[in-house]
Design a protein around this ligand. Structure first.
Ligand code: ARG
Ligand code: ZN
Length: 466
């Protein structure tokens, strides 16, 4: 739809003037010719991410001052046009946008809600590699009060910021394609007042440089990463660095208030990362570790290479969970939020596997404990294979998701089950996954018809027989 004289929308009969973007439930609407869609196409989150291009790399050159809460800088985004583009969108929440360029030439832009529409001087042909640069500044504001997600995004703290963005809070600190279906590489150049540490993903590319009372930290993440796993957590931190027993770089950082947790965090993170590599396959990234900040958002987040624990000293269970996400969620990422159990069910099952490995409760015992939840329990009413946008992190996605894996393990046996976990990782390393791909691989490896099992555990709003 969307011809020159305007078109009539069959659903509403309204006339959509040409050049206008009629908001549609799927986030696309009637777009002017050659416009990239304002959503990537996730029906549960229609305006998240964008269409028409694929990001290859972000280069974020940012300065932040905790005293004034002012952030300013430039985001350089290298991308490939997947269609002809007369205009395209980035996601950005708040800030004043200064200059926008495309391939070095000034571009026009428009803003509406959290959509930043960039209009290059001349259309980008399909297949073109292009660079867009956005200069912006302002006070970052986290996302708050959105259904049951709590506070997330760039969260200012007393001495810096706690930056945890799942599901769609990256837009609170940089413009981009804010949906897990577009992974990219990242470079960060972060300037903060001297004495503050800036922790981003991947590795420091050199020693921090201090000049005129300010320190610049350069980090880079050389493995594909989704936007919600990017971080620039800032503050006073005590660090411990080294390598795990198997040789993986390990960095633990804690707010001074959690000084007493540093060695435990460092040691457990190393030990658990090494163990997961024997169960799930080689560690996908360049380093492991964890960060404890003096701020509670009420959760932890598996930020790539640097899981973040908000205001508490993490125990083995949650460290096992966040590190399992480095495989499930970070290396293998979901294309649509409805498949979230592929992250959370697996990370929860990993907690049970870690306990089993420690000689504590077996996964079978843990499964039985949860299975005993009465018929009226929320986990039986919520089908975990279809995570809901208004209740994304429901307990069912975690617990019943984990139970689904145990029911599968019972059905196909340990040998096929653990081969499945490794093959799943090997086949989709650094890529995207769907529930259908997982159930198909489980059937292939086991040679069993598993439709009934997956249907009962993932898709029925009732307690499965066990
Ligand atoms: N993925 C995180 C975990 O289970 C949970 C993140 C919750 N995010 C939120 N905005 N509430 O480890
Ligand atoms: Zn999790």
């Amino acid at each position: 739809p969307g011809g020159d004289g305007g078109s009539s929308s069959p659903a509403t009969g309204r006339t959509v003037p040409s050049g206008a973007t009629a908001p549609q439930p799927d986030g696309t609407g009637a777009l002017p010719p050659g416009a990239g869609a304002p959503g990537i196409g996730d029906p549960d989150f229609p305006s998240d991410g964008n269409g028409g291009y694929d990001v290859a790399r972000y280069r974020l050159v940012l300065g932040y001052d905790p005293a004034t809460r002012h952030l300013s800088g430039t985001a350089g985004i290298r991308a490939k046009a997947t269609q002809e583009l007369t205009r395209f969108n980035l996601d950005l929440s708040g800030f004043t946008v200064g200059r926008v360029t495309v391939d070095g030439r000034a571009a026009a832009f428009e803003r509406s809600g959290t959509e930043l529409t960039v209009i290059p001087g001349r259309p980008l042909p399909e297949g073109a590699d292009f660079t867009v640069e956005v200069a912006y500044a302002g006070e970052p504001k986290p996302v708050t009060g959105s259904s049951n997600l709590g506070t997330y995004g760039f969260i200012p703290t007393r001495d810096g910021a706690f930056v945890t963005c799942e599901p769609n809070g990256a837009k609170t600190w940089f413009p981009g394609n804010d949906h897990p279906a577009d992974k990219a590489l990242y470079e960060f150049e972060i300037t903060v007042p001297e004495g503050i540490t800036a922790l981003a993903n991947g590795e420091l590319t050199g020693e921090p440089v201090t000049r005129g009372g300010k320190t610049t930290y350069s980090w880079r993440e050389d493995h594909p990463m989704v936007t919600y796993l990017a971080t620039m957590t800032l503050g006073k931190f005590t660090l411990r660095e080294g390598r795990t027993a198997s040789g993986i770089k390990n960095l633990a950082a804690v707010d001074p208030r959690f000084r007493g947790s540093l060695d435990k965090l460092y040691t457990l993170s190393g030990k658990i990362t090494d163990y997961w590599a024997t169960v799930f396959g080689p560690y996908p990234f360049s380093s492991t570790g964890g960060v404890v900040d003096d701020f509670s958002a009420g959760y932890a987040l598996e930020n790539q290479t640097k899981p973040m624990y908000g205001g508490f000293s993490p125990g083995e269970g949650i460290i096992a969970h966040e590190l399992a996400h480095q495989w499930f969620g970070n290396s293998l990422s979901i294309k649509r939020w409805k498949d979230l159990w592929l992250n959370e069910g697996f990370a929860t099952y990993a907690e049970w596997l870690w306990e089993e490995h420690q000689g504590d409760a077996t996964a079978e015992q843990t499964f039985r404990l949860h299975y005993a939840a009465p018929a009226g329990d929320a986990i039986w009413k919520y089908a975990p294979g279809r995570a809901r946008p208004d209740d994304l992190f429901n307990d069912s996605v975690y617990t019943r998701g984990g139970m689904t894996l145990h029911a599968l393990r019972r059905k196909i046996g340990d040998r096929d089950f653990f081969e499945l976990l490794k093959t799943w990782n090997r086949e989709h390393r650094y890529g995207y996954v769907t529930t259908e791909e997982f159930t198909a691989l489980a059937e292939k490896i086991s040679g069993k018809d598993l439709d009934a099992l997956f249907d009962a555990w993932l898709f029925q709003e009732s307690k499965p027989a066990a």
